[in-house]
Design a protein around this ligand. Structure first.
Ligand code: ADP
Ligand code: F6P
Length: 325
């Protein structure tokens, strides 16, 4: 049996927002309109799906958003959607509003919701959007590049004052349980030490001793990058000060990391991924996720995607240890 082509689709953004989500929404809406499909914007992720909080979209409703951070559809975390009752409410909204399929832009939690909806007969396509880059099936998630560049800009500023005062700045970056942001930003800003949850560490050996070694070579200011999954950033700054005598400050970058205009890469990848998602739904194909492998856009089964694991690049980590001394 040939899959049934879709006439009316929905699009939502869910979980933590990410720069480039708007570019993805724009691409979804424009691709659908150009291919004679109707598009409905579902507000505030799965919460809006449950409540039936919908807006009709057209090619002009996504004008002037490609360069904007955040998401015009708003985002939310919706605990109710983790239950079957929640998912069934979402299915009801789709049935009542003639929504044949949904593009879900978000992280892997959002993909789980998309999988559950698909299981109940509403075909969904997941588009990876999260600053954390922690979705296993794809090399790249929308928002990651912008976030890395934001961290780099912020830490360059922190470096100025760290240097002026001969201090140590212990910088906590986002990433939930993953260290992709910490490792890559840490290298880009020349951190003396990077701590990530994926690799074992020892504060004495990897932070204090390394600082002492570099002090002997004349280094007087230090940047330590800590992934938020490690925790204890304030305590670490106090310990460093106590043990090395270098005045230390904890800098928790926080939500500035999630905002701002998307980089060129995020705009382009979001445009490609949104387009692919709609092309799949247009042909009646659901239950898949879009991703990027070796710079090429691909799609794969959503169940398989959710069973994959992703590893942090050990070689890159080892390089950081060798050169940041
Ligand atoms: P992200 O999508 O960025 O990983 P979350 O993990 O917060 O963010 O997930 C976003 C939303 O996806 C949740 O608020 C919830 O509505 C839905 N979701 C998360 N996990 C599941 C799950 N196991 N089953 C169904 N829905 C889920
Ligand atoms: O998943 C994106 C992210 O920014 C994580 O890096 C971070 O742990 C989390 O979301 C923060 O969530 P909230 O906005 O709820 O504080």
């Amino acid at each position: 049996m040939n899959p049934k082509p879709m006439k009316r689709i929905g699009v939502l953004t869910s979980g933590g927002d990410a720069p480039g989500m708007n570019a993805a929404v724009r691409s979804v809406v424009r691709t659908a309109c150009e291919n004679n499909m109707e598009v409905v914007g579902i507000l505030r992720g799965y919460s809006g799906l449950i409540k039936g909080d919908l807006v009709q979209m057209n090619i002009r409703s996504v004008s002037d958003i490609i360069h904007r951070g955040g998401t015009i559809l708003y985002s939310a975390r919706c605990p109710e959607f983790v239950s079957e009752e929640g998912v069934m409410k979402g299915v009801k909204t789709c049935k009542e509003n003639g929504i044949d399929g949904i593009v879900v832009i978000g992280g892997d939690g959002s993909f789980r919701g998309a999988r559950d909806l698909s299981l109940k007969g509403i075909p969904c396509i997941g588009v990876p959007g999260t600053i954390d880059n922690d979705i296993a099936c794809t090399d790249y998630t929308i928002g990651y590049d912008t976030c890395l560049n934001t961290i780099m800009d912020m830490v360059d500023r922190v470096r100025d004052t760290t240097e002026s005062h001969d201090r140590c700045s212990v910088i906590e970056v986002m990433g939930r349980k993953a260290g992709f942001l910490a490792l890559n930003a840490g290298i880009a800003i020349g951190a003396t030490t990077i701590l990530v949850p994926e690799f074992d560490y020892d504060i004495e050996r990897d932070v204090i001793e390394r600082m002492r070694r570099t002090q002997k070579t004349g280094k007087r200011h230090f940047i330590i990058v800590v992934a938020e999954g490690i925790g204890g950033t304030e305590e670490l700054a106090r310990k460093i000060e106590k043990e090395t005598g270098v005045e230390s400050r904890a800098v928790i970058l926080g939500h500035v990391q999630r905002g701002g205009a998307p980089t060129c890469k995020d705009r382009v990848v979001a445009s490609q991924m949104g387009n692919r998602a709609v092309k799949l739904l247009e042909n009646g194909i659901g239950n898949r996720v879009v991703g990027m492998k070796n710079e090429k856009i691909f799609d794969m089964d959503i169940y398989e995607a959710l069973n994959m694991t992703k590893t942090l690049d050990r070689e890159l980590f080892d390089i950081s240890r060798e050169i940041s001394i």
